[in-house]
Write a protein that binds this ligand. Structure first.
Ligand SMILES: Nc1ncnc2c1ncn2[C@@H]1O[C@H](COP(=O)(O)OP(=O)(O)OP(=O)(O)O)[C@@H](O)[C@H]1O
Length: 361
């Protein structure tokens, strides 16, 4: 296999630091060469779910879900707790049998692939590892099922920053180290598709950034990446496309920018000592103006340019004019407001706080 080693990041890596190296590099990637990658990965949908359904007794965890996940993109899989994300991911890789519908990876059910580790790399539960084994032996045992040897095992260990702990028992690993090992296992077969369920769970900020850069890099090679996370700000930086599940159904399936623009309201904040005059000037049926305080207005229905030009034409002084765009988090909250099954009520929080203070007395 052609090995390509590239430096794609120059941030201080905490683990390099721990080894005493004043190293600035930090992320090397071992995989196919760039030339090979474009030929290796096509542009056809890689994961295709059709009316995919899973019931556990009377509980419908996944309810007739259809979507495609395309190569060359990071697709974020979002949804409140219990929405059905993990169940869907498990069905994609054959760990759960659908009650109805179907899902294929590269045109086949996962179980029908001759060498699935080379097709799909999966991180579903980082703790599902033999606790008495070392990271190295765990990866070696996994690789042995596909004829993958020690060289590739060492590559993925280095790639995930686990070199200094590779011979240590997994049972002693922190949550973040376990996540890194799960990502190493997912990358072992150099797969064209990666399915990562909450890969940044438990990682420190450096680790979170590393996962972001890793998956963006893998997608840039034409690989398919499906990942779930509850960290909306991180997902906004990482994903190109988003699928939102709620109570087992697809609530939205769109590129990130489209999802934000269609599910949030853009507005303009104008600050002026003549705020009242601006409000009178701009009032119309299509414009909503809210007074935030005596000098600040929030205007929906006009662009910042239109507000600025109208104010200039009327000789009105503006101290601030800011276009406000919705975030992915705003879009997500708006989309899932009716689909949150496990909600904390403010009254319950107050009661808990009271109980705590009583206990501490
Ligand atoms: N083995 C099972 N037996 C019974 N119910 C299950 C089982 N696995 C999942 N469920 C139920 O199916 C629903 C979907 O669960 P799932 O874990 O897929 O949600 P999720 O979106 O991944 O949630 P989270 O964000 O909390 O991980 C939940 O109501 C869950 O309790």
């Amino acid at each position: 296999m052609t090995i390509d080693v590239r430096i794609i990041d120059t941030k201080i890596h905490p683990w390099s630091d721990a080894r005493g190296a004043s190293c600035l590099v930090l992320f090397k990637y071992y995989g196919p060469s760039p030339g090979a990658s474009t030929q290796k990965f096509g542009d056809q949908p890689v994961i295709e779910a059709h009316s995919l359904t899973k019931r556990y007794g009377s509980k419908t965890a996944v309810d007739s879900v259809s979507f495609v996940v395309r190569p060359g993109l990071v697709t974020g899989f979002l949804g409140p707790n219990g929405a059905g994300k993990s169940t869907t991911m498990r069905m994609i890789v054959g760990l759960d049998r659908p009650t109805g519908g179907s899902v294929t990876v590269n045109g086949k059910a996962y179980k029908d692939h001759h060498a699935p580790l080379h097709e799909v790399g999966v991180l579903l539960d980082a703790k599902a590892v033999h606790q008495g084994r070392s990271a190295y032996n765990h990866l070696l045992a996994l690789g042995a099922t596909h004829g993958i040897g020690a060289t590739r095992v060492r590559e993925v260990i280095e790639m995930t920053g686990l070199d200094t702990v590779a011979k240590k028992r997994v049972g002693g690993f922190s949550l973040g180290m376990g996540q890194r090992l799960g990502i190493a296992a997912a990358m072992l077969g150099d797969p064209s598709t990666l399915i990562l369920d909450e890969p940044v769970n438990g990682l420190d900020p450096e680790g979170v950034m590393w996962v972001r850069e890793l998956v963006r890099f893998l997608a840039s090679e034409g690989r398919t990446v499906l990942l779930s996370s509850h960290l909306m700000s991180e997902m906004a930086l990482t994903a190109d496309h988003i699928i939102v599940l709620g109570k087992g159904r697809v609530l939205a399936d769109a590129p990130v920018a489209e999802m934000i623009s269609s599910s949030t309201v853009s507005s303009v904040r104008a600050v002026s000592p003549q705020a009242g005059e601006i409000a009178r000037l701009l009032t119309s049926n299509d414009v909503t103006i809210t007074s935030v305080d005596g000098q600040t207005l929030q205007i929906v229905g006009l662009t910042a340019a239109a507000v600025g030009e109208a104010a200039a034409a009327a000789g009105i002084v503006l101290h601030e004019l800011t276009p406000l765009k919705g975030s992915l988090e705003d879009a997500y909250v708006n989309l899932t407001v009716d689909s949150v099954e496990y909600r904390t009520h403010p009254s319950a929080l107050a009661a808990a706080a009271l109980t705590d203070s009583e206990v501490s007395r």
